[in-house]
Structure formats: structure tokens, C-alpha cells
Design a protein around this ligand. Structure first.
Ligand code: 13P
Ligand code: SF4
Length: 347
């Protein structure tokens, strides 16, 4: 039963004490988040993993790329485990390292040595390593503007992987025109751009988040019609046209804080993952809050981490085995760390 599973988690947590650390991303289910030692967005979880020197086991409640990041930032004796190996990320899967090497070679032919690569942390360790090797850095949704500005101090052009929407929204906020942004299509291996190539400042990888793409202009119009007073706040993984007509856009942390700091009685439509939206709704009974998309948008891969998988994983530690270890190959980890450090050095 659920109660038995919950008491198993408590028992094992108590037994392992500081040897065990459970970070939980904001998009995780409540049944899992209740046992997290720390919750946060991807930036905070990356920083906490790096700071934690006590834990021998880090049971990462999030998705595969986050567990990889934790493995890269922690010491070799610390073991990072992912309770379900199927907890991937459709966006990270949209940029494969071979496609990226091929794209880079073609882009260097077009633009010479004028580009710096940046990758959203929602990417594989191999992509982070590629970026690290070429002098670039990782970004998260909470520091994207700072990192894109930094990149423009290094080179006149950037290649932004793998989320075209975060890249476009961020560059736009920094004053880059939509007509100065090209899109690299990794399926056709072609640059999608209509103007003169010398005008290109940002090359966006054609990837997206399958959860945040579900928030549409129609959703925004519907909310505006039904609730004219309502503030609309969305994650920058949403499409440009949705962000453009919303009131505010920012990372999961930004969304949480905006609502926490709002007056009782205020009303909000939120465009981000469903588990987080539901949690915010429950935590603020004094406010009128709903999902921007009435059908709600779950991240199915985040949801693969559930209570039974958490218990199973913890029991493997209890038996001294520690299954589902995520271990990034040494060379890849070293280059990926360069990209992560360039971000973490700029708090
Ligand atoms: P943040 O936690 O950085 O806002 O990212 C959202 C996300 O989609 C994580 O997978
Ligand atoms: Fe990936 Fe989107 Fe799920 Fe985040 S919400 S893990 S970006 S698919």
C-alpha cells in the first residue's frame, strides 16, 4: 500500500542519514517531492549537488540530464542514482552529438570562427562536453539572459542548443531582432533563414519541450476573454508568440516567487508543467490560480519517477547495491564540467 511504501522511504532515509541526499525538481509528483531533501529548479539543483560533499548516494528525482549534471559536479566517490532509467527528456533527445558535430562543421563553413555554442542544461552530457570544448557554456532558464550576454562579449554569433524557444525568447529580450535569428534544422541538416547571412546573430537549434509547446495563443485569448483581470505567467520554453502576449515569463523559480509575492485575492493563469501548477494552486488557497491550458500539461518522463520506483531504488542502496547509477564517462565529464563551471562562476 501507499502507506507501507511511504514508511519504507522514511525508514531508509533515517537509517542512511547524511549518506543519502534526495534532490527533487519542481515538476516531480507530490508523492515523491514530499521526501525530497531539497527542491528547486534545474539551476538550484545543480548548485546543491555540487555543494553536497557528505552524501555517498544522491537519488535524483528529476530526469536523466539532471542526474548526469549531478554526477559531473560531484566527486567520483559519490554515486548518483535515477529511480527510473526511462525518465528522459524529449527536448534533450532532440540534439544528438553526431547531429551537433555535423551542424557545427557546416556552420563553420558558413560563418567561420565567429560563433560560440551555448546549451540549455536540458541536454545530454555529450552536448555539454561539445560546448565546453568549444569555449561555450551551459545556461538555465533562470540565467539565460546573463549567459547570452556573456556569449556576445566573446563572439558576434551564438549557436543555441537545443531549445529554440528559450533561445529565441532570451535573445529577443536582449534586443536581437527576430530577423537576426536563423534556425538549424538537424533533420534536414539545413539552416532555415531568409535574409542575408551576414545578418544572422543567433542560430537556434530546432528543438522544443513537448510539454511547454502545448500552451497556445488560443489558450491566452480564452483566459483573457473569461478572466480579464487574470495575470498570465509562462515559462520561456513556451513559443515566442505565447510569451509575447503573456504578462510575465520566467523560470520555474521565477513563477513560484511571483505568485508567492502577489497579493491575496490576485488571480493567475500559469503556463508550465502540471505537477508544479497543481502544487502552487494547493499552496495558495487565497488566490485564484489555474493552468493556462485547461487540459493541463504533464511531463510524462518526469512522472516516471513515482513512489514505487523511489522505494525500489532506496532498497537497492539498503542492500549495498545502488542500482540505476548514472555515470558520465571521464573525458566527457571533464569537458562538460568546463561548460557548467563557466555558468556556475557567474551567479
Ligand atoms: P527550470 O527548472 O530551469 O525552470 O527548467 C524547466 C524544465 O523544463 C526542466 O526540465
Ligand atoms: Fe524535458 Fe520539457 Fe519534461 Fe522539462 S518539462 S523534462 S524540458 S520534456
Amino acid at each position: 500500500t501507499v502507506l507501507e511504501l511511504e514508511s519504507r522511504v522514511r525508514e531508509i532515509k533515517e537509517k542512511l542519514g547524511k549518506k543519502l541526499f534526495i534532490p527533487g525538481h519542481h515538476y516531480q509528483k507530490d508523492e515523491v517531492i514530499q521526501f525530497a531533501d531539497a527542491t528547486g529548479d534545474s539551476l538550484k539543483l545543480a548548485q546543491l549537488s555540487e555543494e553536497n560533499k557528505d552524501a555517498e548516494y544522491i537519488v535524483f528525482c528529476g530526469v536523466h540530464f539532471m542526474a548526469e549534471t549531478a554526477d559531473i559536479l560531484t566527486t567520483p566517490v559519490q554515486k548518483v542514482l535515477l529511480p527510473d532509467m526511462r525518465a528522459g527528456c524529449s527536448m534533450a533527445d532532440m540534439a544528438d552529438i553526431h547531429q551537433t558535430e555535423r551542424a557545427w562543421a557546416k556552420l563553420v563553413n558558413i560563418f567561420g570562427e565567429t560563433m560560440l555554442p551555448l546549451t540549455y542544461v536540458n541536454s545530454t552530457a555529450a552536448i555539454k562536453a561539445f560546448v565546453g570544448r568549444h569555449g561555450g557554456a551551459t545556461v538555465t532558464s533562470s540565467n539565460a539572459e546573463k549567459m547570452v550576454s556573456w556569449a556576445f562579449e566573446q563572439r558576434p554569433r551564438i549557436l543555441f542548443l537545443p531549445d529554440q524557444h528559450l533561445g529565441r525568447n532570451t535573445a529577443y529580450n536582449l534586443g536581437v531582432g527576430l530577423d537576426e535569428m536563423a534556425v538549424w534544422n538537424p533533420v534536414s541538416d539545413k539552416l532555415e533563414y531568409e535574409g542575408p547571412l551576414e545578418n544572422v546573430k543567433v542560430i537556434l537549434w530546432k528543438g522544443h519541450c513537448s510539454v511547454h509547446e502545448n500552451f497556445t495563443v488560443e489558450n491566452v485569448k480564452e483566459v483573457r476573454k473569461q478572466y480579464p483581470e487574470m495575470k498570465i505567467i509562462v515559462h520561456p520554453e513556451c513559443k515566442r508568440e505565447v510569451v509575447a502576449i503573456s504578462d510575465m515569463a520566467g523560470s520555474t523559480n521565477y513563477i513560484i516567487e511571483a505568485i508567492e509575492n502577489s497579493k491575496p485575492g490576485s488571480s493567475w493563469a500559469i503556463g508550465t508543467e502540471m505537477n508544479l501548477v497543481n502544487r502552487i494552486i494547493n499552496q495558495h488557497p487565497d488566490k485564484h490560480i489555474l493552468s493556462l491550458n485547461p487540459h493541463m500539461c504533464p511531463c510524462l518522463t518526469m512522472n516516471r519517477i513515482d513512489l514505487p520506483h523511489l522505494v525500489w531504488c532506496l532498497e537497492t542502496i539498503e542492500r549495498g547495491e545502488g542500482h540505476n547509477r548514472i555515470q558520465v564517462e571521464e573525458q566527457t565529464a571533464a569537458f562538460a564540467k568546463l561548460a557548467l563551471d563557466r555558468m556556475l562562476e557567474r551567479p
